[in-house]
Every structure is written in C-alpha cells, then in structure tokens.
Design a protein around this ligand. Sequence first.
Ligand SMILES: [Zn+2]
Length: 289
Amino acid sequence: MCVPGCQEALQAALSRRGFFTGAAAAGFAATVIEPAEAAKKKPAKKAELAAGTNAPEGQSYFKGVVDLTHTMSPDFPTFFGVPGIELQKLYDFKKDGFNLNWWRIIEHAGTHLDAPLHFSENGNSVEKIVAGELVVPLAVIDVRKPAEKNPDYLVTVADVLTWEKRFKRLPDNCCVAMMSGWAPYVGNPVKFTGKDASGVFHFPGFSPELAQWLVKERKVLGIASDTLSLDHGPSKDFKTHRIWLPSGRWGLENVANLDKVPPSGATLVVGVPKVKDATGAPVRLIALI
Ligand SMILES: [Zn+2]
C-alpha cells in the first residue's frame, strides 16, 4: 500500500522517464492500484485521479488480459533436444498430506527471458534487471506472410518501418515482437524446430541488421520472438544475440498468442523469477490490452 505522497512520487518518476502513455499508462495503473470494483464504492479523491491511480466511475484501466505464455512441460521443444524441465515428486498428497515437486530446469526453455549475461561476460543477470524495465509498451511486427513462404525468414528494418508508417514511431522503452506465425506449431516439434536431416534448424528470427538498427536508431528495451531463438534457425554465429544482449537489453523467446494482442497499444508485463546470477529464466508473459 502506498504511503501518503508515494503515488505522486511514482507518477512523477514515470512521467520523467516518458515511459507510459495512453493505453499503456492505463494498463500499468491497473497493476498498482486497488481493483476497479472497490474504486466504484469509494469516490476517487482529486489527488488520486491526478496521480492516475484511480478511475472515474465506469472506467476501467484495460479491457483484457492476454497470456503470451506457452505451458512449460518436459515435452516442450528445446534447442538441445532434451527436456527443458524435469519434475520429481518429493511429497504426495495421499501419502504426506501435501504435494511438492522438485524441478530441474534449463534456464532457456519454454517461454523465457534472455538476460544480457547470456551472451556477455559481465552483462546483467536476471535479478539485476529492474522491474520498471519489465513492464513495457509492446509493438508486434506481423511477418506471417513472408515467413510462410520462407521458414528462415529474417525480420528486416523495412518490416519495422512498415509498422511505423501505420502506428507512428516505436514507443520509447518498448519491446518489439516478431509474430512469424510459429507459435501454433509448438505441439509439433518437427515443424516448430524445422530440424532437417543434417540437424539444421529452420524457423524465422530477427536480422542482425535490424538488431543493430534498433540499438542505434530507436529506444527499445527488449525484442521477442515466437520461435526458439532471436536468431533464425540456420544461424551458427547467433549474431543477433551477440549484438542485442551485450548492449544491455533483454530478449524473449517462444512467445505465444501474439495474434491475440493489437499490433500497437498493449502493455507487456514480463513476470520473471528473481534468481541471482541467472542468465535467463522461464517467464509468465502477460499483455494488458
Ligand atoms: Zn534463450
């Protein structure tokens, strides 16, 4: 609960960073305030309205919540071809009165975050990424058509410029997501990984040129792909990873349901376990729309 003055301070901090505007601000506000139902019973105070932490009667902060997370299980396709998670039952309800599993997990499996440390010597590990950089505007670049023709498709600068023609410049501190149309294939590992007879993967990714351009020309905090990697399947040098992560930015892989969010205007919430020295971690990704 906010102490007196805290809401004003929070609002001031957010406007200083120019972080949240429009629908994104509405979505963010909902995460820090009491539920809208409670707000209806109690008239909002002027200061609360000014701070954007309460809404006039009948107004809600966001219309819906979309889960951008695939369910994690030992069957989920991984880069290494081994289960990304193993669950061992340590306690059983019938025998012990409660259930409890022990997990053995690969940091980079299922819908997950890549921290800068994943591809750098001294980059930030997961717990060092501040919370304010994990709640961001989401821009979805739809490349389903070219990816359908070419499974090795690389998202280009031109694809982002096409998005910008329609929705204006990428919002500051946003996450740019590639929607290649691969998410629905997740139950079919052969198609999802595209692994051929010689062991080469085939799925779309971000071009290194685009990664470089986003670092230099735009203010972007993260990139997200609906495939196994930020780089496309055949990549051997992981150039996009090598440009993006050492620059201090994060990535997301195996993202689901991007077709359920608008191309512009959603707020992405990256729920990531705060594990010390982690190079990445499975996440619960939520979009407020
Ligand atoms: Zn990863």
